[in-house]
Ligand binder design. Structure first.
Ligand code: UTP
Length: 295
């Protein structure tokens, strides 16, 4: 996979995976939400593939308790490889070896407690250094011809970018919400950003989804802010402070987002990805047609 942009490559992608996924209990009691499969691939692998396509080579996972399976997933498994070889399952072996290309490296940093997304991103600071970086939330799955992070990297011009989409007005209290101002090409200057406002207080219904391209200056603000909405250290609040120093932009990405943190969004993603899956599409479509007639 080649970086899709002529601009300087964004080398680091941060994956905050330390949340406990309480909306998905009991499935997430002992295994990470990010390991839930969409058809046959875990959410976190879609996330890593998207970041690699956008040019990232250093993958920083902010982990917490019961997240060991993520490390295992991206590690080689000699015993399984040997078994597949012995059984002549060469396709599966090839697929297993391609989970993480050799040019990518993984760094795991433990978030001591789930103190919020802003705190999780701050934990990545030693691995990010002083360069722009991606933040990718694996439970927001985006199906797009060109990956959402690639679209953002292409448009990056020294100002942080948050991916946005419009949401129903009565759902503003689930998202960071932006009030946008002047247009700069495909980007909108963010005039205001606020975490989870009640619908009657929301400045718009333009919601931030789980893709960010941030400048490292955001860390300075994240280390200073205290608890925000829900008693957590919010990334949105760090970005709001960053706007005092430099321009921040919103980008309406091209693609379809599935909110896989919710059960409904997760099921929808599985149905639509199965309908596009080369092995399954035809049989699954037939099954759905029959089911739709019966219900
Ligand atoms: P969510 O708000 O979806 O929280 O976090 P959650 O714990 O994962 O899920 P629910 O709400 O209990 O069902 C958004 C993203 O931020 C990460 C999560 O892993 C998720 O990718 N996160 C959140 C952290 O890494 N650390 C935190 O302290 C909080």
């Amino acid at each position: 996979m080649q970086p899709s942009s002529k601009k300087p490559r964004v080398d680091v992608a941060v994956f905050p995976v330390a949340g406990r996924g309480t909306r998905f209990l009991p499935a997430t009691k002992a295994s990470p939400k990010e390991m839930l499969p969409i058809v046959d691939k875990p959410l976190i692998q879609y996330a890593v593939e998207e970041a690699l396509e956008a040019g990232a080579r250093r993958l920083v996972f902010i982990t917490g308790s019961s997240k060991r399976a993520i490390e295992d997933h991206f590690d080689s498994d000699g015993e399984l490889e040997h078994l597949l070889l012995k059984q002549g399952k060469s396709e599966q072996l090839k697929m297993l070896k391609s989970v993480l290309p050799s040019y990518a490296s993984c760094i795991y940093i433990r978030q001591p407690a789930p103190l919020g997304l802003g705190h999780a991103v701050l934990c990545a600071r030693p691995a990010v250094g002083d360069a722009p970086f991606f933040v990718h939330l694996a439970d927001d799955l985006i199906d797009a011809e060109e990956s959402c992070l690639s679209q953002m990297a292409k448009r990056f011009d020294n100002g942080s970018i948050v991916a946005v989409q419009t949401v129903p007005h009565n759902q503003t209290d689930k998202y960071g919400i932006v009030k946008s101002g002047a247009r700069h090409g495909d980007l909108l200057r963010v005039d205001r950003i606020v975490e989870k406002p009640k619908p009657d207080k929301a400045p718009s219904n333009l919601a931030v989804v789980g893709r960010y391209l941030l400048t490292p200056r955001v860390f300075t603000h994240l280390e200073r802010i205290g608890e925000g909405a829900g008693g957590e250290i919010q990334l949105t609040d760090g970005i709001a402070r960053l706007m005092n120093d430099e321009a921040v932009y919103a980008y309406r990405f091209a693609g379809k987002r599935f909110d896989c943190a919710s059960k409904l969004g997760y099921l929808q993603a599985n149905v639509e990805y199965a309908l596009a899956h080369p092995e399954l599409a035809s049989k699954f479509r037939g099954y759905l047609r029959k089911l739709a007639r019966d219900i």
